[in-house]
Design a protein around this ligand. Structure first.
Ligand SMILES: Nc1nc2c(c(=O)[nH]1)N[C@H]1C(S)=C(S)[C@@H](COP(=O)(O)OP(=O)(O)OC[C@H]3O[C@@H](n4cnc5c(=O)[nH]c(N)nc54)[C@H](O)[C@@H]3O)O[C@H]1N2
Ligand SMILES: Nc1nc2c(c(=O)[nH]1)N[C@H]1C(S)=C(S)[C@@H](COP(=O)(O)OP(=O)(O)OC[C@H]3O[C@@H](n4cnc5c(=O)[nH]c(N)nc54)[C@H](O)[C@@H]3O)O[C@H]1N2
Ligand code: SF4
Ligand SMILES: [Mo]
Length: 676
């Protein structure tokens, strides 16, 4: 038996485990790392099954090119030459900005860095983005504005000493299970818990207060809490005076949000708003935890601003047990952002529009770099549908199932002159590609991943990739070389050395220093121990900025033709587009096919029984799924997880975007249900 320590490939919690192999070199299972600060000897069900998809027979093993309508196997040289010929041909003919690159929160920091280098230095465009656009782009925009950094302010260990946890729009026990269990341990220790979520999620059962407000009304709720806090004099005056700016504007903006009005907008009782305000503000140390319930709205950035305002108002920042804690979703979505797989920044959030940053990267990469920020992924889909994006390279994403409004996405991808997909499985997106390249998965290559608490950790190679599959970093190096950009790295540690030279927050990070339990950025030099808590003496931007927001309803609400509100998201057992968990037999066995949660009251009106197939339609499409009758959803709302291709939630969702962050409104649209 051999055991290789590595980082879990699923969520941003960042647990570590050992991959176990028998004498024949076959993967047999995983074992949690006992002395790791997050795993502490435990894993969730996905972690325990993280070995299961690795040797699945569906793994892509050979490059393929579309000839006469079908994907046919070819050798690497032919596939890579064709990719370079087509992408550079499109760039020459229509300009570099007719290309789009989608990076991945499933691949390492080094690979994200190389893809942004390929887009910028190789093909001359800033058109690069990744799934953070669909996820925490609202956080990055909102928190950079108010605090100066878009990352989780505190660490997971802070749950052990906080007095109150306010969970708003995060189904933590299912989506970040080891953080969820840490929250429950805090509750058993005596910490108070407020949950704000229209669904009766598991945490709600343990909450001192469960606010079941209407989806999309968080600005009203949060403004209502702040108005009440000020009314009762529960704000932190000295913090406001010494560490913040723009308070007067905030105070003025809160005037309309008295509890009766907020009650009307949110569906809550005025007393609930009053008690939540008191509970949160009276705690000496309170943590706000949020995720997609806050960010995935056409007013996602406003939601984030309101969350940040609440923490600033009560001085819950810069100390242990406090903070604004966006839980990052994918295992390396924090890292993909840090590495600049975004249209407007290089690694370390250095702006492409800043001449000094551009000069620095130009000198390091020995090439001219474009200065105009690139397209967001959601805008790129619209641009492809309009024929303005003509070539696309997608590394480790499956937008056919994960982007809003599937019909639009299909139309956009089909219209492309040339589409490359690099993945480990033949996904719904790969099926539309002109070239498909087989990648090594997490267990088959070295690299680093950055967890939600900004902890940079090692992933380690435990076995060789299947067939001819290659590590993403090797594939990207081969493409960089074809572009004439220097990429002669022998191993990923050398890529990290380049990253740390060019990225101040990663400057003190090297593979040698990551042995042990990794390092939390900012880590500015080789002696620095890492930073568990941000904004201690002052905020990253100097003063914390209050950013007043007005309430705006979601773009599409239920009406006579589409009378139900559709909420979408995930379940504990499955991962996103299902490419990995539906190929893990124990996970697949638990939940095999598409379903829709319907409140029994609505089911009765619709005359729908449990497990019956129903048709769900919106203005954008229709799907079928099995009815699951449950009081988890309130009357008037249904919930569909987006894991199942055969009942794809995103055939229904609304691609209305937040004007600032470009995130789609995944959490609210109008639908109807008809029996099949
Ligand atoms: N098992 C599993 N775990 C995962 C993932 C997975 O696919 N499967 N994905 C990972 C990723 S990338 C991410 S981003 C995270 C997401 O983690 P979460 O954000 O926790 O997951 P979601 O199910 O998208 O939504 C969370 C909750 O938001 C609530 N909600 C919806 N609308 C609103 C609203 O307007 N206001 C409020 N306050 N709440 C609302 C929903 O009812 C839902 O319970 O999970 C990560 N972990
Ligand atoms: N309706 C609705 N839609 C949503 C959301 C929602 O709440 N509701 N949430 C959104 C959010 S928060 C997110 S993060 C996105 C996620 O959207 P995606 O990132 O598109 O979803 P995944 O299924 O995680 O896709 C990852 C892909 O990478 C592949 N892969 C895994 N490991 C590797 C590797 O090592 N190398 C390569 N090259 N490929 C690899 C997998 O097979 C898979 O195809 O979905 C968004 N879509
Ligand atoms: S909580 Fe997240 S990181 Fe930990 S084992 Fe589960 S999926 Fe993996
Ligand atoms: Mo996400």
């Amino acid at each position: 038996m051999t055991a290789t320590l590595t980082t879990c490939p699923y969520c941003g919690t960042g647990c570590n485990f050992y991959l176990l192999r028998d004498e024949d070199g076959r993967l047999t299972g995983v074992e949690p790392a006992g002395n790791h600060p997050t795993s502490r000897g435990q894993l969730c069900i996905k972690g325990w099954n993280a070995h299961a998809f690795v040797e699945h027979p569906d793994r892509l093993t050979i490059p393929q090119i579309r000839t006469k309508g079908n994907l046919q196997p070819v050798d690497w040289q032919t596939a890579l030459d064709l990719i370079h010929e087509k992408l550079s041909g499109i760039a020459e003919k229509h300009g570099p900005d007719s290309l789009m690159f989608l990076s991945s929160a499933k691949v390492s920091n080094e690979e994200n860095y190389l893809l942004m280098k390929l887009a910028r230095a190789g093909y001359g465009t800033n058109n690069i983005d990744h799934c953070a656009r669909l996820c925490h782009s609202s956080t990055v925009t909102g928190l950079v504005e108010t605090l100066g950094s878009g990352a989780m302010t505190n660490s997971l260990s802070c749950f052990d000493e906080t007095e109150l946890i306010f969970v708003i729009g995060s189904n933590t026990t299912e989506q970040h299970p080891l953080i969820g269990s840490r929250i429950l341990q805090a509750v058993w220790r005596g910490a108070k818990l407020i949950v704000a979520d229209s669904r009766k999620i598991r945490l709600a059962r343990h909450a001192d207060l469960h606010l079941r407000h209407m989806n999309g009304t968080d600005v009203a709720l949060l403004n209502g809490l702040m108005r009440q806090i000020l009314l009762e004099g529960l704000e932190n005056r000295s913090f406001i005076e010494s560490r913040t700016e723009n308070f007067a504007a905030l105070e003025k903006s809160l005037a309309p949000f008295h509890p009766e009005y907020v009650g009307k907008v949110t569906g809550l009782l005025p007393e609930q708003i009053v008690s939540a305000a008191r509970m949160y503000a009276e705690a000496e140390k309170a943590m706000i935890v949020y995720a997609m319930g806050i960010t995935q709205h056409s007013h996602g950035v406003d939601n984030v601003r309101a969350v940040s305002n609440l923490a600033l108002l009560t001085g819950n920042l810069g100390r242990p047990g406090t903070g604004v804690n966006p839980l990052r979703g994918q295992n390396n979505v924090q890292g993909a952002c840090d590495m600049g797989a975004l249209p407007d920044v290089y690694s370390g959030y250095q702006r492409v529009s800043d001449p000094a940053a551009r000069l620095k990267f130009s000198a390091a990469w020995q090439t001219r770099l474009p200065e105009k920020p690139g397209l967001m992924s959601t805008h790129a889909i619209e641009a492809a549908a309009a024929g303005k994006i003509r070539g696309m390279l997608i590394l480790g994403e499956n937008p056919m199932l994960s982007d809003a409004n599937q019909n639009l996405v299909r139309q956009a991808l089909e219209k492309l002159e040339f589409l490359v997909v690099i993945d480990i499985f033949p996904t719904e997106t790969a099926q539309l590609a002109d070239v498909v390249l087989p990648a090594a998965c997490y267990a088959e290559r070295d690299g680093t991943f950055t967890s939600t608490e900004r902890r940079v950790q090692r992933g380690r190679k435990a076995l060789t990739p299947p067939g001819e599959a290659q590590a993403d970093w090797q594939i990207l190096c081969a493409l960089l070389q074809r572009c004439g950009v220097n990429a002669d790295y022998v191993e990923p540690g050398e890529i990290m050395a380049e990253i740390s030279r060019l990225t101040p927050s990663y400057a003190g990070i090297s593979y040698a220093r990551l042995e042990g339990n990794g390092l939390q950025w900012p880590c500015p030099d080789a002696q620095h121990p890492g930073t568990p808590i941000l904004h201690r003496e002052q905020c990253a931007r100097g003063k914390g900025r209050f950013s007043p927001v007005a309430y705006r309803p979601p773009k599409e609400l239920p009406d006579a033709s589409y009378p139900l509100l559709l909420n979408t998201g995930r379940i504990g057992i499955h991962w996103h587009t299902g490419s990995m968990t539906r190929r893990s037999h124990l996970l697949d066995r638990e939940e095999r096919s598409a379903f829709v949660e319907i409140n029994p009251e609505d089911a009765e009106k619709l005359q729908v029984r449990t497990r019956q197939q129903v048709k769900i339609s919106s203005r954008r499409g229709a799907i079928q799924a099995a009815a699951k009758l449950t009081e988890r959803v309130p009357p008037g709302q249904i919930f569909i997880p987006f894991h199942f291709a055969e009942g794809a939630a995103n055939a229904l969702t609304n691609n209305a975007l937040d004007p600032e962050s470009g995130i789609p409104e995944f959490k609210v649209c109008a639908v109807r249900i008809d029996p099949c």
